[in-house]
Design a protein around this ligand. Structure first.
Ligand SMILES: Nc1ncnc2c1ncn2[C@@H]1O[C@H](COP(=O)(O)OP(=O)(O)O)[C@@H](O)[C@H]1O
Ligand SMILES: [Mg+2]
Length: 357
């Protein structure tokens, strides 16, 4: 899918801006505080009805106004050309897609696939396992139809088991949920494994294209002992779990590992290398989405040049330029620094205005 026209009214420092992005790579440059990230935020709001910068969506509304409006004309592979928009007026938020009010944000998000890289994305390498699990689940939600139902089934059974553990219920009551957790948990794990395998394949392809040497290995730590089934493991752990009052193994304790030459990537790589890896990982993710759904996701990179040296910037810029789907990147400097820009649509943002270069 792609955005052909975007209009943002009263979004942070923008009173009313309109732009017609190109079908491939769009570069948004401008000085600090010009509103570059705000433009990506506006696209993110359209896709997810939330910001990636703040949990409080109200912060995005221009300070001196009560409401905001973001509209876009998009070209969607399946639905064709249509209008979508989000607005806040009279105290409430409303998201529309093709003339209809959106009732399910998650169904809408599936229609509006988007992959985002911000300077915070490095947390995927450095942060808690919970962040990586969330990323994995969110990715699978986009590519695997039945994943959400499976996820809900597993977590429902987990909640029941945890409750029964807390009240020291007899084994006969625990067993029902353990069987259910075993079945749905192993299916969750299989879907995750398949996704990681696809991701690894795409990532290897990108490393080969750029002649970057060894590709980091993406691994899945499934959350229970590898040798047995989950149901058996739950049974084995029952007595210990009754003591702690919660379930200590299962896909809710899974983690994703990133390793290079047997070492933990985050500990081995420099910040700049981590940044380059994250952009490549997300490009691989976008490629998996496209292969599984037939729809190229939008690819957004905020502060593209930050932390990367010149050669890394040139390499990744080239990849973004050759991407089939639509991409948006923001940076402080003009894109000419990275070579030919003939296939790139460029915008300059300053003093709350956006101009095509
Ligand atoms: N609710 C708001 N109303 C008005 N201006 C805002 C609001 N929120 C943030 N700003 C301002 O918007 C400007 C744009 O920020 P940002 O998009 O982060 O800039 P850039 O990414 O170009 O550095 C900043 O000067 C910021 O202070
Ligand atoms: Mg910014």
């Amino acid at each position: 899918m792609r955005i052909d026209r975007l209009r943002a009214k009263n979004v942070r420092n923008f009173r009313d801006v309109e732009l017609q992005p190109g079908a491939r790579l769009n570069v948004i440059s401008g000085p600090n505080a010009a509103g570059k990230t705000t433009l990506l935020e506006a696209i993110h709001l359209l896709a997810r009805a939330r910001s990636f910068r703040t949990a409080c969506i109200e912060e995005v509304v221009h300070r001196q106004t009560p409401g905001l409006q973001i509209t876009a004309r998009i070209e969607h592979g399946e639905d064709g050309r249509l209008d979508t928009g989000i607005e806040r007026g009279e105290g409430r938020w409303m998201l529309r897609y093709a003339g209809e009010t959106v009732k399910s944000i998650s169904a809408h998000a599936r229609k509006f696939p988007l992959v985002l890289v911000t300077p915070d994305s490095q947390q995927l390498l450095l942060g808690e396992p919970k962040l990586r699990r969330h990323w994995l689940d969110w990715s699978l939600f986009h590519v695997e139809q039945g994943y959400v139902a499976l996820w809900r089934e597993y977590h429902r059974a987990l909640r029941h088991r945890n409750h029964l553990l807390k009240v020291s219920a007899p084994g006969s009551e625990l067993e029902v949920w353990e069987v259910l957790m075993g079945r749905s948990g192993e299916a969750l794990d299989a879907a995750r494994r398949q996704f990681i395998e696809n991701l690894q394949q795409e990532l290897t392809g990108l490393y080969r294209t750029l002649a970057l040497g060894d590709t980091p290995a993406i691994g899945l730590e499934q959350g229970w002992r590898a040798e047995g089934g989950l149901g058996e493991e739950l049974l084995r752990n029952r007595r210990a779990d009754l003591q702690t009052g919660h379930t200590r193994c299962g896909p809710h304790r899974a983690d994703v590992s990133f390793r290079i030459s047997e070492a933990d990537l985050a500990a081995w790589y420099s910040r700049g290398q981590c940044k380059e890896f994250i952009v490549l990982l997300m490009l691989a993710q976008a490629a998996v989405f496209a292969a599984c759904t037939g729809e190229e996701p939008l690819f957004l990179v905020d502060d593209f040049a930050a932390e990367m040296d010149g050669p890394a910037q040139v390499r990744l810029f080239g990849l973004l330029e050759s991407r089939r789907g639509q991409s948006f990147l923001t940076c402080a400097q003009a894109a000419e620094a990275w070579g030919s820009v003939c296939r790139t649509t460029r915008f300059h943002v300053e003093h709350g205005a956006v101009a095509k270069c």
